[in-house]
Design a protein around this ligand. Structure first.
Ligand SMILES: [Ca+2]
Ligand SMILES: [Ca+2]
Length: 495
């Protein structure tokens, strides 16, 4: 990977040109500082909270903003009781704030940003899956901007755990979560959608229907046609514990925008070969859908990461991403692979790996649709095992990668510019109309809106608010100056 990039640099500009460019960029770039190694920035702490910050998720929008949510354990009891939020507004990260306070448990949030100017969040609050949204123009870095939370999981006797959200180009929202009843003991995968931007939600559909297996670690995305695709892991449990031979990664999708779903299809190779699959990943570009997962085959200390490409309803043969991934799922810790496609259709993957001494975030990319991949490089500092977890990745402006993970009680972030052509982010134009009021459908129990008491942080300069107010100010100031000048000139003429 590193040598690959260097070759590209040498070919395009020469070493002197590259050095000169690096100097210019380091002085002029208003974005995050770019580190020397591999082109990735040095990781920075973006949570900066005294509490234990965990489970970050990241999304980017069409205006170049980046949204990060996570679970915050403020009282040190082990479970987070608040969902925190911060936004990269093109110039800085906003001060992190608690946007939802749902003690005793506010856990495993997920975030999506639509093209209509809304940020959407789902999370697990006390064994229910909850949803809320905020208009970017209203400043999601303040708890007051977020709508009253709705409960999407409708079966009150059931408990929920993992959750994820995706939004398509039309603003339709797709949410999945895992849910189990007291007698079943093992979760199934449920799905609900909203076709009115999150104001009302469909009745949940059970996508896995495997009462004897635990359905978990799901990810949902939408493809270029707006159809949702889900991948998840099926685990079975024997009396003796986890039966690792009988698990697999499954895919299901809908061709009618989420109304009905095809039967799940296994992506991984069935068989008792020591399957260890952590969170599987699903990626969509303009043309294809990709599933990525890991398995531990012959060497109990090493995982192999695999990829398959989906086109016109068919999955390709299985390709190896890397045989040298280290160990992805360490005992008692489930980590994961996550990926995105940039504007050129290049694929970018991140995951956490343990080499027996330390855990690091690894990165690879492919420019041939997942057939061949770069050599993995570490983009985080090495951490003790169990102190680095749950990497997530997003792409903005077609070529800027944004990666988050948690470790040591805080959320860390690194960024990287890919070889794809940059797309200038849209200027954000705040709508003058009032935001639609989120209504709670009658079919759903409505939780009490518990909103954190954090005041609006000082971080309102720059970014969204600036872009909506500065054109107005810029227009008014010269007019006032002109009027004053005319008055002054006339006054002098009369004298
Ligand atoms: Ca913290
Ligand atoms: Ca199940």
């Amino acid at each position: 990977m590193r040598s690959y990039l260097h070759v590209r640099l040498l070919l395009t500009g020469g070493l002197v040109g590259a050095l000169a460019w690096a100097v210019v960029v380091s002085f002029l770039c208003t974005g995050p500082a770019v580190a020397q190694s591999g082109g990735w920035s040095e990781p920075i702490n973006i949570s900066n909270t005294p509490g234990n910050s965990r489970y970050p998720e990241i999304a980017a929008d069409a205006w170049g903003n980046v949204h990060v949510v996570w679970s915050e354990d403020e009282d040190g009891q082990g479970w987070g009781e608040s969902i925190y939020y911060t936004m990269w507004n093109g110039e800085a990260w906003t001060e992190s704030v608690d946007i939802f306070y749902t003690p005793p448990a506010a856990h495993i949030p997920a975030v999506a940003a639509d093209s209509l100017g809304y940020v959407h969040v789902v999370w697990n609050a006390n064994n229910t899956t909850r949803y809320s949204r905020a208009r970017i123009g209203d400043g999601p870095w303040s708890a007051a901007a977020w709508s009253r939370p709705q409960i999407l999981s409708t079966q009150s006797a059931f408990t929920t755990y993992w959750t994820d959200i995706a939004v398509d180009d039309q603003g339709n929202l797709h949410v999945v979560w895992t849910e189990r009843s007291a007698e079943d003991e093992l979760e199934d995968l449920y799905y609900s959608r909203s076709v009115d931007g999150g104001q009302s939600w469909s009745l949940p559909i059970n996508l896995s229907s495997t009462p004897e297996q635990q359905s978990s670690f799901e990810q949902i995305i939408t493809d270029a046609e707006g159809n949702p695709h889900v991948v998840w892991l099926e685990l079975s449990r024997s009396r003796a514990g986890w039966d690792e031979g009988d698990v697999g990664v499954f895919h299901s999708w809908s061709s009618d925008g989420g109304e009905s779903w095809f039967a799940p299809e296994e992506m991984s190779q069935p068989g008792p070969e020591g399957f260890s699959g952590a969170y599987p990943a699903i990626i969509a570009d303009d043309q294809y859908v990709y599933t990525i997962w890991n398995e531990r085959r012959n060497d109990p200390r090493r995982d192999t990461i695999f990829a398959r490409r989906w086109e016109d309803g068919w999955w390709s043969d299985i390709a190896v991403v890397t045989d040298d991934s280290g160990m992805i799922g360490t005992s008692g810790i489930w980590t994961r692979v996550r990926g995105v496609a940039d504007g050129a259709g290049n694929l970018h993957l991140v995951w956490e790996t343990w080499d027996g001494e330390a855990i690091t975030v690894q990165y690879v990319w492919s420019e041939d649709g997942g057939q061949t991949w770069s050599v993995p490089v570490a983009i985080s500092n090495p951490s003790p095992p169990s102190e680095l977890w749950r990497t997530d990745i997003a792409v903005s402006e077609e070529n800027r990668l944004h990666v988050v993970w948690f470790g040591g009680g805080d959320i860390y972030y690194a960024t990287y510019q890919t070889t794809a052509r940059a797309e200038t982010p849209l200027p954000y134009v705040a709508s003058t109309s009032a935001p639609p009021t989120a209504t709670t459908p009658a079919t759903m129990p409505s939780p009490t809106a518990v909103i954190g008491s954090t005041p609006n942080p000082a971080m309102v300069q720059g970014g969204v608010l600036q872009s909506s107010w500065f054109p107005l100010l810029a227009g008014i100031v010269p007019v006032i100056a002109l009027v004053l000048l005319v008055i002054a000139v006339r006054g002098r003429a009369r004298q």
